[in-house]
Design a protein around this ligand. Structure first.
Ligand code: DGL
Length: 266
């Protein structure tokens, strides 16, 4: 047993969708969440910058006595997970891509679409990892860079979001003819209802949810499940935007939480 909290990070508020899944699946676990809202989005930044920013967040989470780190961001997972594991071997660090890929391959998918940020698509981490497990799988990828800023602005359920989704996806979906779609960005579950409405034939896989299953496995292997912890979840954001607070309230309605300012050294 280990009652220390799990550290969860994202470039902004998208990783809260993984916290939501974690609360649902593993209600005994407590979290410290870091959202780098001051520097979001990461998806259009260089790999060096992504590693530098992510390392600041992870180092601080580990200094805060966390038992495990969940990188609830595909962009960070794609570009920085290996480096973060090298720099911090003392704590298990898991990312969102591996668990999602395993789930899709286990589901028997033959043709799969992936939507994500420019950074994640540019890394081809989904394509490479899917083909490693199933060399004959066909993978079609599409970067949708304007979606994260709209979500960070709180514009989830709006006409402008619907137009943006259609702008990226109409031709992509009709040209490539896949039935499975990976939401390769932890922000996207916040717009999955709109995607389902526009493309009801697609089966959606959420990277935010799949990582929680891997967290369960890691905790089982190491015997570090929490039980009766008195720690209260803590949410930190590097910019205390109204949107972050609103989204946290919406996702964790009825739960006891407070959003605090995350101070990062330059
Ligand atoms: N939630 C992040 C991801 O999964 C969004 C990245 C961004 O900041 O662009 O990739």
């Amino acid at each position: 047993m280990d009652n220390r909290p799990i550290g969860i990070l994202d470039s902004g508020l998208g990783g809260l969708t993984s916290v939501w899944e974690l609360h649902k699946e593993l209600p005994e676990e407590r979290v410290i969440y870091y959202g780098d809202t001051a520097r979001t989005p990461y998806g259009s930044k260089s790999p060096e910058t992504i590693v530098k920013f992510a390392d600041q967040l992870v180092s601080k989470l580990i200094a805060g006595n966390t038992k495990m780190i969940i990188v609830a961001c595909n962009t960070i997972t794609a570009w920085a997970l290996d480096e973060l594991r090298k720099r911090h071997p003392e704590v298990p660090i898991i990312g969102v891509i591996g668990p999602t890929v395993r789930k899709v391959v286990a589901g028997g998918s033959a043709k799969v679409g992936v939507i994500a940020t420019k950074g994640t698509i540019g890394s081809d981490m989904y394509g490479k990892s899917l083909r490693e497990l199933n060399p004959s799988i066909e993978v079609y990828s599409k970067a949708c860079p304007a979606i994260v800023p709209l979500i960070e602005e709180g514009l989830t359920d709006t006409d402008i979001m619907e137009l943006t989704i259609k702008h990226y996806m109409d031709d992509f979906v009709s040209a490539e003819d896949f039935e499975d779609l990976i939401l390769g960005c932890t922000h996207y579950p916040l717009i999955s209802a709109q995607i389902e409405k526009l493309y009801p034939h697609l089966r959606l896989y959420s990277s935010s949810a799949e990582v929680v299953e891997q967290a369960r496995e890691v905790m089982r292997e190491r015997d570090i499940f929490a039980s009766g912890s008195e720690f209260t979840d803590r949410y930190y954001a590097s910019d205390l935007s109204e949107n972050f607070i609103n989204m946290t309230e919406k996702l964790f309605e009825g739960k006891d939480f407070k959003v605090r300012l995350l101070k990062l050294e330059e």
